[in-house]
Write a protein that binds this ligand. Structure first.
Ligand code: AMP
Length: 417
């Protein structure tokens, strides 16, 4: 028989990590729902064209897409991110604006798997469509920062930048193209290829030979117009009023063609250099239009769950929740007592598990120990006959008899003590 394993770049998430994943999404939901964002659950695959609208110059679209023809001959793709789906949903449902949504779930990119980089990876994120108000930029960025602090992370750095408006961006792209072209012989071969496709993206390169050139590259702030400049100033002012610490980083660009004005990135200073980005986002314009809707501004971010949890590990923050039952029932009589008692406890809001297969007292007590429960309830022939139960708080060597009729009350007394 072949030995089946998960495909490269994918993983099984088992307990206790799986409980941590769920708790992560709960903290995120709480953080953003407090600001009026509602959950959207887009499909995991869409017509390939939806994602092509992100811009064919981006690597995610040009190289990393999981696309295939389905049995009906449709060319579809597993979503590589969720902003395009959210914008497609906006066009399809025409909600009133501002439309503020959050999402959580897996995305798929055909990347080289390594620590912190997977082919199936989870993101949580928000998108807000329908207004250009700089207070919205600050709200979105502030919610990202708030979420990290709600997780208990303290070593997260926020960088912000502006890409100006569409014309500014195109002009800047040209300025960069000319600058890097003049120094092409010094550029890494990868960046040379990037330069032909998307000059802005060269600024993202982490490769050594490119660093000095990037540091001396012209800054976008010299190319942007007055309105975009004023917008950026307002965003920064609002962030300060919110007490969100940030650094302006003129080299921060986003890959997608539709990004303009505000861009931002959260970096964990405790992670290894290649994968320090734990989330990022920005304002985009034209994506809704490209998907067939009216001209609509939007802003959002996506945070990588996998990588953020690596940052949590490195900081010793947001430990996996204890995922254990409160009570474990040991029944050496017939197994039916255990069933009745478990049911009764569960109906009263107490979590309970039991042993199976009518094994020996010793084996069942071992299982009780392993379960992590704080109380064991024991029924042997004597207890069955007298309608009693032996209650054993697991952290003490003692045990005592309780009347079966007082079962729930006695258990709660121990648990809620
Ligand atoms: P992006 O959608 O590329 O802007 O990525 C946003 C965040 O998602 C990044 O900062 C990472 O934390 C995370 N991310 C992106 N690609 C991957 C991947 N292949 N594996 C794990 N996390 C990823």
């Amino acid at each position: 028989m072949p030995e089946f394993k998960t495909s490269p770049g994918t993983r099984d998430i088992l307990a206790p990590d799986s409980g941590r994943w769920r708790a992560f999404q709960d903290v995120f939901a709480k953080t953003v729902e407090a600001a009026g964002y509602t959950l959207i659950i887009p499909p995991m695959f869409e017509d390939l064209d939806v994602f092509l609208r992100l811009g064919e110059a981006t690597e995610v679209v040009s190289k990393e897409m999981y696309d295939f023809h389905d049995k009906g001959g449709r060319h579809v793709a597993l979503r590589p991110e969720q902003t395009a789906s959210v914008c497609r949903a906006f066009v399809e449902h025409r909600p009133t604006t501002p439309w503020k949504v959050w999402y959580a779930g897996p995305n798929f990119r055909y990347e080289k798997p390594q620590q912190g980089r997977y082919r199936q990876f989870d993101q949580v994120g928000i998108e807000a469509l329908g207004t250009d108000d700089p207070f919205l930029d600050a709200e979105v960025i502030g919610l990202g920062a708030k979420f990290f602090s709600n997780l208990g992370l303290t070593r997260v750095k926020l960088s912000v930048n502006t890409l100006g408006d569409a014309g500014d961006r195109a002009r800047y792209s040209q300025v960069l193209f000319e600058y890097f072209s003049r120094h092409e012989s010094t550029l890494s071969s990868e960046s040379r290829a990037t330069l032909a496709r998307n000059p802005l993206r060269v600024l993202d390169s982490k490769r050594k030979p490119d660093q000095e050139l990037i540091a001396n590259a012209p800054a976008i702030r010299d190319t942007i117009g007055g309105e975009a400049k004023a917008h950026f100033e307002s965003v920064l002012g609002a962030l300060e009023a919110l007490n969100v610490p940030y650094q302006v980083n003129n080299r921060l660009v986003r890959g997608l063609d539709y990004y303009r004005r505000t861009t931002f990135e959260f970096v964990s200073t405790v992670l290894e250099s290649a994968h320090t980005a734990i989330g990022g986002g920005g304002r985009y314009d034209g994506l809704v239009e490209a998907l067939g809707g009216p001209a609509t501004p939007g802003i959002g971010f996506a945070l990588g769950l996998d990588r953020t949890l690596l940052a949590c590990d490195a900081e010793g923050a947001f430990a996996a929740p204890k995922n254990t039952v409160e009570v474990f029932v040991v029944d050496t009589v017939d197994g039916m007592h255990a069933q009745t008692i478990c049911n009764l406890l569960r109906a009263s809001g107490v979590t309970a598990d039991r042993a199976y297969d009518l094994r020996s007292m010793k084996a069942q007590m071992k299982a009780a120990d392993r379960s992590g429960a704080s109380v064991a309830l024991i029924i042997g022939p004597g207890e069955a006959q007298n309608s009693t139960i032996t209650l054993r708080p697991m952290n003490s060597g003692e045990q005592y008899s309780i009347p079966r009729s007082d079962l729930v009350g006695e258990v709660l007394k121990v648990l809620r003590r």
